[in-house]
Design a protein around this ligand. Structure first.
Ligand code: AMP
Ligand code: MG
Length: 403
C-alpha cells in the first residue's frame, strides 16, 4: 500500500492545467490568469485632487491671504482657467488640477468671503507644493504589467482589471467536476429513508467541496450498484475534466466501481492508501486528446469521503485550474488532552484547534468513526496521529490540517 505522500506525487503527475481560454473578466472570479495584464491608461489619468477645497499656487499662500476664485471644477470636469498667484480654483476630490496650481488646500481650512462667494480666505499655514495632489500615473503607467500570469482573480483583481480596461482576459478555466454517489441504499435528502436505506449525504457535500475548491460541479445523482447503471453514469461523468465517485471501492460483493471504470477505459494509478479513514481510495486516469481526465473513487463513508477529497482531490483541482499543486494547509499544535486511540495507519482525526496562552492547542473530538459526519461538523481541523502503539501525551506536538 502506498503512502499519502506517494499518492499525492502520482496525482500531481497527471494534474496539469487545462488549456487556457478567453473569458469575460466579470466571470473570472477565482480563475488564474494565463497571460499578463497591461494597462491601457495612466492611473490616475491626470494630476488629481485628493480633497475638496481650493487649488492654489503653494508659494503664494500665507495665512489669511485672500484669493479670487477663477472657476469651480468637479470630478468629470476639465479645468479651463490657469491658476496664477492671487487666484484659486474651487476643486472637488477626483477633479483634474488646473494648470498653474500645485497644491490643494482642504475646504475646512478656508472661508468664503464677500457676498457673491467670489473670494476665498486661506487660513492654512505651511502649504507645500504637491499637497493633496496625486500625480498622473503615480499608481499605474500606461503599458505597465499590472497583474502577472498565475495570479488568482479575487474581487480586488476584478477592480484592477476594470481600471485597466481588461474586459476579456486569458485564464485557466475552472475544471468541471462530475459527482457520482453510488449505493443501492441511498435515497435523496428530501426522502424519508425506508428500512435499510440512508440519505445520500456525500453527493451534496462533494458538490460543495468541488465548488469551494474552484471547480464547477455537475451532480450526477445516485448510481445503483449495478454494472449497466454505473456504466451509463460513468460515461456521462467522463465528459467532465474530473469524475469523483463515492462508494463502491472497497472489498464488498457490490463494490463494482473499479471494474466499471476499467471497462470504460480508465486506467488505475493506485488503489488503497496507507491512511485512516479512507484506505480504499482509488485513483485513475483516462487519456484524452485534451489532457488526462482524472477519476477519484472515494470510499462511501462520509468522513472518509471528506478526508480523501481534502487530501487528494482539492490539490488536483487547484492544479488543473492553474494554481500550484498545494496540499491542505497544516500547522503544528500541542495536544490539549491525552489521546489513546491509536492505529497502525496515519490517522486524520476530527479535532478542534484553538489558541491558549499564545500556543496552538488541539483537542481531538469524541469521534465515532468514518460514518460519524456529525462529530466532524464540530471540527475545524484534522489532527494527524502517526502510527503508534502507545498513547499520545498531553502537550505532544502533532501536525493538524485545517478544514
Ligand atoms: P461503500 O464505500 O460503498 O462500501 O460504503 C461504505 C459506507 O458508506 C456504507 O455504510 C454506506 O452506506 C455509506 N455510504 C456510501 N455512500 C454514501 C453516501 N453517498 N452518503 C452517505 N453514506 C454513504
Ligand atoms: Mg456501497
Amino acid at each position: 500500500m502506498i503512502s499519502v505522500e506517494e499518492a499525492l506525487e502520482r496525482i500531481q503527475q497527471h494534474a496539469t492545467p487545462r488549456a487556457s481560454r478567453l473569458m469575460q473578466a466579470t466571470e473570472s472570479l477565482g480563475c488564474v490568469l494565463a497571460a499578463d495584464i497591461q494597462s491601457d491608461v495612466d492611473s490616475p489619468p491626470h494630476d488629481k485632487a485628493l480633497m475638496d477645497g481650493y487649488a492654489v499656487v503653494a508659494t503664494d499662500i500665507e495665512p489669511g491671504v485672500e484669493l479670487s476664485i477663477r472657476e469651480e471644477v468637479t470630478a468629470g470636469d476639465v479645468p479651463t482657467k490657469r491658476v496664477a498667484p492671487g487666484t484659486a480654483t474651487r476643486i472637488m476630490t477626483g477633479a483634474p488640477i488646473p494648470d498653474g496650481a500645485d497644491a490643494v488646500v482642504m475646504v475646512e481650512r478656508t472661508e468664503l468671503i464677500g457676498g457673491d462667494e467670489s473670494v476665498v480666505r486661506i487660513n492654512s499655514d505651511n502649504v507645500k507644493s504637491g499637497q493633496n495632489i496625486m500625480p498622473r500615473g503615480q499608481s499605474i503607467r500606461s503599458g505597465d504589467v499590472v497583474l502577472r500570469t498565475g495570479r488568482t482573480i479575487r474581487p480586488i483583481e476584478m477592480g484592477v482589471l476594470a481600471e485597466c480596461g481588461a474586459t476579456e482576459i486569458s485564464v485557466y478555466p475552472r475544471p468541471s467536476v462530475a459527482i457520482l454517489s453510488t449505493g443501492n441504499e441511498l435515497v435523496a435528502p428530501d426522502t424519508r429513508p425506508k428500512a435499510g436505506q440512508i440519505r445520500n449525504s456525500n453527493g451534496p457535500m462533494l458538490e460543495a467541496l468541488a465548488q469551494r475548491a474552484g471547480g464547477t460541479a455537475v451532480n450526477l445523482g445516485v448510481g445503483r450498484d449495478e454494472r449497466d447503471d454505473l456504466e451509463q453514469l460513468v460515461r456521462s461523468g467522463l465528459r467532465e475534466d474530473v469524475l469523483v465517485l463515492s462508494g463502491g471501492v472497497s472489498a464488498g460483493v457490490l463494490d463494482l466501481v473499479p471494474e466499471v471504470l476499467a471497462a470504460n477505459g480508465v486506467e488505475q494509478v493506485f488503489h488503497k492508501v496507507h491512511l485512516k479513514p479512507g484506505k480504499p481510495v482509488w485513483f485513475g486516469i483516462k487519456s484524452d486528446a485534451k489532457g488526462d481526465k482524472l477519476v477519484f473513487g472515494l470510499p462511501g463513508n462520509p468522513v472518509s469521503s471528506l478526508v480523501c477529497f481534502e487530501l487528494f482531490v482539492r490539490p488536483a483541482l487547484g492544479s488543473l485550474a492553474g494554481q500550484d499543486f498545494s496540499s491542505i494547509e497544516r500547522r503544528t499544535a500541542h495536544l490539549a488532552t491525552r489521546h489513546s486511540r491509536y492505529s497502525d495507519r496515519p490517522t486524520y482525526f476530527p479535532a478542534r484547534l484553538f489558541e491558549c496562552a499564545g500556543q496552538l492547542q488541539v483537542e481531538p473530538l469524541a469521534w465515532k468513526g468514518s460514518a460519524d459526519l456529525r462529530t466532524l461538523a464540530d471540527a475545524n481541523c484534522l489532527a494527524l496521529f502517526p502510527p503508534s502503539d502507545s498513547a499520545f501525551a498531553e502537550g505532544d506536538a502533532i501536525e493538524v490540517f485545517l478544514l
